[in-house]
Write a protein that binds this ligand. Structure first.
Ligand SMILES: *Cc1c(COP(=O)(O)O)cnc(C)c1O
Length: 393
């Protein structure tokens, strides 16, 4: 496994090894075919002997998808990567490849909702039990471990309240008890965090977010060492069949070429908007791991090489007023997901472990001018408070 610096990542993303099968085509072609044909029977049989490295059928290997997998593995510092039809297909494959009946999972309580549902509800029918813990407290993770714990499932930073997990401590704990660790690294992307460096076993990403980056494709990826990726390729990849198509891989590759540029821009704009929000009267508290006010900022500096532009803030304002504000914003659309070129906002409630309910606004800062975004937020807030019948700020 090689660790790349940010500058090395720029070159790795933009430079391809010349492949003489492609007539000098600068971008890898879209291999739009389900099957691969052979001239002779011995060649056909030889391909099956090394099925994982051969091109036989596109549910197993497709050159366009394979090319994207190679690039992603390089960025994450992994031996191998497999791309799936969505982030959830990748997450489910990684989980299913890690547990069997009678096993126990420890999962952080702020992990992506559908992933929590797979472990907490769906897997019950296969005799797998899951305990949810507050991941930001390592003692809580330690306390939840049982003799049959086979998987510790992490997401750091989390994508609502942006809590961090001590990756090195969790990897050590898991290794000590013979359990595996999986992390959802979607927030940071391979540009800003490489969890394998801290001893995490498998990294998953929703490619739908920053990696594809243009709100026009769904995808997911699982990455890790060959010894874990080989059985996952053979079983959860090929048997479940939730693979990425060549067309999607080409779209993702187009987005990937600019990933570091977009991440650097998103980091700067996100920090600018988040810092401004800290000074705003309608904001109680901003949750952004890159701000010194974040309770785990020191851990963030240790684990992350940079910060993406999805964060949230808590407000004491009535939730209806926050929704009215979000509805009037001109440069932010109300929508789920994130990681594209366009800024987004959602308003919701977050219940803490202690049962306290807070109004939380999640902001995704896209590629617009951060000054325009700030002006939009400020002007709209003034408009909402001026027309509101509730107390003014
Ligand atoms: C969106 C998302 C997923 C799921 O990805 P899909 O591509 O929508 O299946 C998983 N984890 C996180 C953190 C996400 O934001």
């Amino acid at each position: 496994m090689t660790k790349l610096t940010l500058e090395q990542m720029y070159t790795a993303i933009s430079h391809d090894e010349f492949d003489d099968r492609h007539y000098g085509a600068i971008q890898i072609p879209i291999y739009q075919n389900s099957l691969f044909a052979f001239d002779t029977y011995p060649q056909f049989e030889h391909a099956f002997e090394q099925e994982l490295g051969s091109h036989i059928y596109s549910r197993g290997n497709n050159p366009t998808v394979e090319f994207l997998e190679g690039k992603l593995a390089l960025l994450e510092g992994a031996d191998a990567a497999r791309c799936f039809a969505s982030g959830m297909a990748a997450i489910s494959a990684a989980i299913f490849s890690s547990v069997k009946a009678g096993d126990h999972i420890v999962c952080v309580s702020n992990a992506y909702g559908p992933a929590r549902h797979v472990m907490g509800e769906y897997l019950k029918r296969f005799g797998v039990e899951t305990t949810f813990v507050e991941g930001s407290r390592h003692e809580a993770v330690q306390a939840a471990v049982r003799p049959n714990t086979k998987l510790i499932y992490l997401e750091s930073p989390s994508s609502q309240m942006f809590e961090l997990i001590d990756l090195e401590a969790c990897a050590k704990l898991a290794k000590g008890i013979g359990a595996r660790t999986i992390i959802d690294n979607t927030w940071a992307t391979p540009i800003f965090q490489n969890p394998l460096e801290f001893g995490i076993d498998l990294v998953v990403h929703s490619i739908t977010k920053y990696i594809s980056g243009h709100s026009d494709a769904l995808g997911g990826v699982v990455m890790g060492a060959n010894e874990l990726m080989k059985p996952l390729s053979r079983d959860e990849y090929m048997l479940f069949g939730g693979i990425m198509t060549a067309h999607t891989a080409a779209l993702v590759l187009r987005g990937l070429r600019t990933l570091p540029v977009r991440m650097e821009r998103c980091q700067a704009s996100g920090l600018k908007v988040a810092s401004w929000l800290e000074t705003s009267p309608f904001v109680e508290r901003v949750y952004h791991p890159g701000l010194p006010s974040h309770p785990q900022h020191d851990l963030a500096k240790k684990q992350l090489k940079g910060y993406s532009s999805l964060f949230s803030f808590e407000s004491k304002q009535p939730i209806e007023r926050l929704k009215a504000w979000a509805s009037k914003l001109k440069l932010f659309k109300i929508a789920v997901s994130w990681g594209g070129y366009e800024s987004l906002v959602t308003v919701g409630r977050n219940t803490s472990v202690s049962g306290e309910v807070k109004s939380v606004v999640r902001i995704y800062v896209g590629l617009e001018s951060p000054d325009d975004l700030i002006r939009d937020m400020q002007d709209t807030w003034q408009e909402v408070t001026a027309t509101s019948s509730v107390d003014r700020v």
